[in-house]
Design a protein around this ligand. Structure first.
Ligand SMILES: [Zn+2]
Ligand SMILES: [Zn+2]
Length: 395
């Protein structure tokens, strides 16, 4: 890596590196899934309790809020880290591997939590430098729809008076040290569907007496691909993926039903509303053509993350000051994020910090059983978020 610009945030974040690693490794070894972050939230609250000048509260059972009131007037800024893990059995072999069988920090939320603890520590050491009010939310249940953010925004006063919100996601798909930011559409709306195709079961030797839901289901899967390739402009972003196809029990019986599931990803609200109609049209036509029937259950997931232009621009300026040429324009992602819930209440922007390093094998995709972080990325995260808190607080 080339030398980075020297800044106060940069130097203070670098000095925090051993502590960031210790926090992250403790969290990594003790993962808990969404809505069950009991030990995790207790640990966060205990670590925050060691710091001065913070008001610590529990907006929901397993989330933690730390508020720092700066000594200069300014804006109210919300910084967000998600804290939950995934139901995945870890396949890493380092000494801080998950102690909770079948649960793993495979998305980097252990890193997000360590980063926000680090930012809380730096801010709490110098309240005289801080303008406005910095709220730091350690949010539960990002990985489980409808998500912890939705609950906090709907049921608590967390967002009351917030002027601007930001947060970051580490990315194993970007090299360590890169900060990637983008105005506008950044992450997709992740919607899901479940389809049941009902035919008529029978003997496999006499398909003419049955209505084969597997043959019909296969046609449905093929025809759903036409929605994206033939039904939507190449300039619009849409993904339709069938991810589950279950039918039958043995080799000589035609079953009476097939179950399919999948996901639809989009940014544009109009296209998002149109997608289920396009799916239903295919489903209706194909099943009718072959004498089968269907049911479609369609569920809207998180809203898309659409970054506010001025906030993204400001973060880009901060990134250029902090990491120089490692500041990049991000590409939009078809992944989803419940960070979008905060953006219904205040302007804001979400961004990525790279944690991928082939030498450390920290470039496995997110949600992979071998996922891990290059811990150098924690320093970059603190540096960015600390600088952002100070700048956004000034307004
Ligand atoms: Zn994830
Ligand atoms: Zn995540």
């Amino acid at each position: 890596m080339t030398t980075l610009p020297r800044t106060a945030s940069g130097e203070r974040a670098a000095a925090l590196a051993p502590q960031l690693t210790a926090w992250r490794r403790h969290l990594h070894a003790n993962p808990e899934v969404g809505f069950h972050e009991v030990q995790t939230s207790a640990y966060i609250a205990a670590e925050l309790g060691k710091l001065a000048h913070l008001e610590i509260s529990r907006p929901s059972e397993t989330s933690v809020l730390a508020v720092l009131k700066g000594q200069k007037p300014g804006q109210t800024v919300l910084l967000r880290a998600d804290i939950d893990a995934l139901p995945i059995t870890e396949e890493n072999s380092f000494e801080f591997v998950s102690k909770n069988q079948g649960v793993m920090h495979a998305c980097g939320h252990d890193g997000h939590t360590a980063i926000l603890l680090g930012v809380a520590k730096l801010l709490s050491e110098t309240p005289e430098e801080v303008s406005g009010e910095i709220r730091m939310i350690f949010q539960h249940a990002e990985e489980i729809g409808p998500g912890g953010a939705e609950e906090l925004v709907r049921d608590t006063p967390l967002m009351d008076g917030v002027d601007v919100v930001t947060g970051l996601h580490l990315s194993s798909q970007l090299p360590t040290g890169v900060v990637a930011i983008k105005p506008g559409a950044f992450m997709a709306a992740p919607d899901m569907f479940e389809i049941t195709i009902r035919g008529r079961g029978g003997h496999a030797a006499h398909p003419e007496e049955a209505v084969d839901p597997i043959a019909v289901g296969a046609q449905v899967v093929t025809n759903l691909q036409h929605i994206v390739s033939r039904g939507v402009s190449a300039l619009d972003n849409l993904v339709v993926s069938v991810t589950y196809f279950q039918a039958g029990t043995t080799h000589n019986v035609i079953p009476d039903r097939a179950e399919l599931m999948g996901t639809v990803r989009s940014f544009d609200p109009e296209l998002r509303q149109r997608a289920p109609k396009l799916i239903e049209r295919v489903l209706k036509g194909v099943t009718e053509a072959h004498g089968a029937t269907y049911t479609l259950k369609y569920e809207m997931g998180y809203r898309p993350v659409i970054n506010t232009d001025w906030v993204a621009d400001k973060l880009m300026t901060i990134a250029q000051a902090e990491v120089g040429e490692h500041a990049q324009l991000a590409k939009p992602s078809m992944g989803g994020e419940d960070f979008s819930a905060y953006l219904t209440k205040a302007p804001g922007a979400y961004f990525n910090v790279g944690s991928g390093n082939a030498l450390l094998e920290s470039d496995y995709p997110h949600h992979h059983p071998r996922f891990t972080l290059d811990e150098e990325s924690l320093v970059t995260g603190v540096r960015m978020l600390h600088a952002a808190a100070l700048a956004l607080g000034q307004g």
